[in-house]
Write a protein that binds this ligand. Sequence first.
Ligand code: PEP
Length: 248
Amino acid sequence: MICKLIAGNWKMNGTAAAIAEIAAMAAAARTLDHVRVAVCPPATLIDRARVAAGTGPLIVGAQDVHAEPAGAFTGSVSVAMLADAGAKLVIVGHSERRADYGETDPHVRAKAEAVLAAGLIAVVCVGETEAQRDAGATLGVIAEQLAGSMPGMAPSGSGDLAVAYEPVWAIGTGRTPTLDQVAEAHTAIRAVLVARYGEAGAATPILYGGSVKPSNAAALLHVANVDGALVGGASLTAAEFLAIVRAA
Ligand code: PEP
C-alpha cells in the first residue's frame, strides 16, 4: 500500500513571519506515521523551513527548479542549490509554470530527471484546462503530458517520484471534479505509470490537486488511486493544512 503524501504549495506567499506555521506543521508531522507531509514555501524560505522542521519527518520542498546544474540562467536555482538549502522534494510542471512561463513537456521532463538524479523527490504535475475537459479531451491530454513529462529513468518505487493530477480549472477556484471524474483520471494515470515503469509505477503516488479543503479532503483522499494531495491556498496555515493531513 502506498503511504499517502500531502504536499503544500505556498506559491508566492510567505516571509519570515510565516515560519511559525511551518514549525507547527513540523510538530504535527512528528506525531503522524501513516502519512508523509511536505511543504513547499518560496525558495527564500527553504533554509529557514529546514531549520524549523529540524530532524523530524516534515519534508521541505521547492516549487520549481532549473534543469541545468549551473550557468547563465538569471533568477533560476539548480537542484543542488535547493538541496543545499534543505529541499528534499521539488514540484515540476505546475500548470502556472506551464501557462505563465511557457514550460513545455520537455522542460518538465528535464527538470524531473535532474531532481531524481540528485536523489530528491520529483512531483510532476499534469492536468487539463476547462476547455479541454469540455471537449472530452481530458484523458488524452493527461496521457500526452505524462508521455512528454515523465522522467526517462525509472523511479525506485519507494516514493521518489509522484504525479499530481491537477485540473487547471480546479486550481484556486473552489471547484473540484466529481469523485468519479477524479477516479477516472487517477485510474488512467496509474495505467500509464504501470505501462511505463512496471512495479515502480504501481507504487508511484498519484496526488490530487485543485481546491482541496478540510471539507472535501476525506472524500477526495479515499477515491481509488488517490495517494495524497497537492494543496495550494489551504496549505498556508497549519490549522487548515493539518486538517487536510488528518483526513488522509
Ligand atoms: C495548486 O496550485 O497546486 C493548488 C492545488 O492550489 P489550490 O489548492 O489553491 O487550488
